[in-house]
Design a protein around this ligand. Structure first.
Ligand code: CMX
Ligand code: CO
Length: 136
């Protein structure tokens, strides 16, 4: 298996504070972290649920991946992130299968993790992220 856990499920939101308040009210959960990730054009919050996270994403600008997604689709599920032990090894495997990658090389994402995206056309219309983490 390439991945050993679902690291997070990401939701695109118009307003991070509003989305966090709704999750707190309805699901009784609060974020364990909030962070601006300039490289990805997002302000994000991570909510721990069991061994995985819900990642809430507010775009920093309309002209960013999440900004474009929101203007096209409105709020909703944006991507699924899989945890991998070795992202370079995972990317080498994906290159060997001819997978359509958005990132040929890892970038640094939230929490300082190495991340890389596969194009949504590769896996049945779902945008997929790989996250390198030591544990689940
Ligand atoms: N899920 C599923 N499909 C998606 C999608 C998503 N999140 N975003 C776009 N698409 C689809 C579009 O519907 C479109 O399909 P059609 O050609 O059938 O119309 C196609 O992909 C191209 O989309 P687009 O509107 O031209 O969108 P963009 O130019 O914004 O490019 C993508 C799309 C996936 C390449 C871009 O969003 C990207 O590079 N994403 C990776 C980075 C990212 O999402 N960063 C934010 C999260 C950061 C984090 O998790 O830390
Ligand atoms: Co993510």
């Amino acid at each position: 298996m390439l991945a050993y856990n679902i690291h997070h499920v990401a939701i695109a939101v118009e307003n991070l504070d509003t989305a966090i308040a709704k999750f707190e009210l309805n699901m009784k959960v609060v974020p364990i972290s909030r962070e601006v990730v300039e490289d990805q054009g997002v302000s994000e919050a991570m909510i721990a649920v069991g061994g995985s996270f819900i990642q809430l994403l507010e775009p920093l600008t309309p002209d960013s991946p999440v900004g474009r997604f929101l203007s096209k689709n409105g709020e909703g599920l944006h991507h699924i992130a899989f945890a991998v032990h070795d992202i370079e090894q995972a990317l080498a495997h994906l290159k060997s299968t001819g997978a359509r990658l958005i990132d040929d090389e890892p970038r640094i994402g939230g929490g300082g993790h190495k991340i890389a995206f596969l194009h949504p056309k590769e896996l049945s219309g779902t945008l997929v992220e790989l996250v390198e983490v030591d544990h689940g």
